[in-house]
Ligand binder design. Structure first.
Ligand code: DC
Length: 235
């Protein structure tokens, strides 16, 4: 492990974690892993095999043979997730996965499987990783921990605008209810719930431009001694 070159970002859905994480990855020339995409890929694998998201035994059996690979993003690009060699990244954000992912993520077998993968991905250091439990469970030794917050109102408005851009018109109330449901499940689960690490720096993105949030986070990283790799030298 290289704790001095690890940046952990946590927070609720839609708070701006991945925008910030990709910005930091581009700035410091670090690799980026979106751990939410890994939970989404396991959920997609369940749905494709008709496994009930509540069925811990069937999911644990599935994981024993699951071929899941992750390619970290570089230069501000998202990470990619592969199931049986297929790049499933474009299929991870549909309504069926959204609906089931917080249920699948509750199971111990799923969390152990993915936490081990995430730690292996971070082995070489120079990594920005975002999720719900990165600073508390996956990389508690990370040099920088940032906890991103934002009002539910604004998170719903942003999510609604994203959906509209993808041609999916959805009511604000519906989007807000869905985010709130996921927050409650993620915060209320027994194993490694969404929570702020004691030593995390909180950044509230409500009412702020992404560039302004990124500038604050870069300063947090610099103050902790994070040094940019030379351009194009991502490991
Ligand atoms: O970041 P996201 O919205 O794509 O995450 C989808 C779900 O995955 C989230 O609702 C809970 C789960 N998740 C988790 O349990 N732990 C993580 N480190 C990342 C995501």
């Amino acid at each position: 492990m290289h704790p001095d070159t690890l940046i952990a970002i946590d927070g609720p859905a839609g708070a701006g974690k991945s925008t910030l994480a990709r910005g930091l990855s581009a700035h410091f020339h670090y690799r980026y892993v979106d751990t939410g995409a890994m939970y989404r890929a396991v959920t997609l694998a369940c749905l494709r095999r008709d496994i009930d998201p509540d069925d811990a035994t069937a999911i644990a059996a599935m994981l024993r043979n699951l071929d899941l690979q992750v390619t970290p993003g570089t230069g501000g690009q998202p990470s990619q997730v592969f199931l049986d060699g297929e790049d499933v990244t474009p299929h991870l954000r549909g309504p069926a996965v959204n609906q089931a992912v917080s249920v699948v993520s509750r199971h111990q077998a799923v969390r152990s499987f993915l936490v081990a993968r995430q730690r292996a991905l971070a082995e070489g250091g120079c990594m920005v990783m975002d999720g719900r439990d990165i600073g508390t469970k996956v990389l508690p030794w990370a040099k920088v921990k940032i906890y991103v917050t934002c009002s539910l109102e604004e998170r719903a408005a942003r999510r609604q605008a994203d959906l509209a851009r993808s041609g999916l018109a959805t009511g604000h109330e519906h989007v807000a209810r869905e985010l709130h449901r996921r927050d409650s499940l993620d915060q209320g689960r027994a194993i490694d719930p969404l929570s702020q690490a004691e030593d995390a720096v909180v950044i509230d993105t409500t009412g702020r431009e992404a560039a302004d949030v990124l500038a604050e986070a870069i300063n947090v990283c610099l103050a902790k001694g994070i040094v940019a790799l030379p351009g194009g030298k991502e490991k």
